[in-house]
Design a binder for this molecule. Structure first.
Ligand code: ADP
Ligand code: MG
Length: 234
């Protein structure tokens, strides 16, 4: 098992955002965390990466308990994270955005290199010397994902990679996830079910900070009642 999140409880001040959330990912899986706005998707990813450390529960990554570790240590252990807001470094070119991140990587042999990324993903390669802030929303998302690869993650956390993007770009992000899923274990979040069913093998549905449903994509596809109950169908 690559990731084992067990009964985590996460708070913002006195307000409890996660109520005993548990989920697991096997190595090589692509899994989606579904749920409406405010369900706790971002908080779950932030809890795993240590930005909102859970007050209770346990998180194991490749067998090692990581809860309580600072974010940089969790990242160095092999978990990449792309937040909802993407946070491209303005004033840096596309290449520089990648280079800055690559300096932070661990000593492990590099599968992903700046030049390798710029060659493989033409859209970024063509814009290597352009200020990252001038990219479109979809291009920034591609760059944010590419940048997260610079630390050579074995597990990638993507928070609503489609948010606010046009359908044609959403398709490109889907292709990127499919491509990365050959080499990386991925946990991504989404509010609507269609993209998740297409690109993830399994899904967990969150509501009010709790996992209320867990299913393979095939099972969820055949279960419109659950989709309607817990998700925005788009
Ligand atoms: N920084 C914050 N401070 C206080 N409450 C927050 C904060 N971020 C999120 N919350 C609350 O935690 C709950 C889960 O939010 P979030 O994880 O962002 O949900 P989602 O990503 O599924 O939309 C919501 O009730 C939200 O209002
Ligand atoms: Mg969110």
């Amino acid at each position: 098992m690559m990731l084992d999140v067990s009964n985590i409880q996460t708070f913002y001040g006195e307000s409890q955002a996660l109520q005993r959330v548990s989920l697991t990912l096997d190595a090589g899986e692509t899994v989606c965390l579904l749920g409406r706005n405010g369900a706790g998707k971002s908080t779950t990813l932030k809890s795993i990466i240590g930005l909102t450390p859970p007050r209770a529960g346990e998180i194991r990554f490749e067998g090692q308990p990581i809860q309580g570790w600072p974010t940089h240590r969790i990242a160095r252990a092999g978990i990449g994270y792309v937040p909802e807001d993407r946070r491209i470094f303005p004033g840096l070119t596309v290449r520089e955005n990648l280079e800055v991140a690559s300096r932070q990587r661990s000593g492990a042999a590099a599968h992903w290199t700046v030049d390798g990324i710029l060659q493989k993903y033409e859209m970024l390669g063509e814009r290597a010397d352009q200020d990252g802030a001038t990219l479109s929303g979809g291009q920034q998302q591609m760059l944010a994902v590419a940048r997260s690869l610079m630390t050579q993650p074995r597990l990638l956390l993507l928070d609503e990679p489609n948010e606010g993007l046009a359908p044609v770009i959403v398709q490109q992000i889907g292709e990127l996830i499919d491509d990365l899923s050959h080499t990386t274990t991925i946990l991504f979040t989404d509010q609507s079910v269609r993209f998740a069913l297409k690109h993830a093998r399994r899904a967990y549905i969150l509501e009010k900070g709790q996992v209320v449903h867990e299913a393979t994509s095939e099972a969820l596809k055949a279960d419109p009642a659950t989709q309607e109950r817990f998700l925005s169908v788009a």
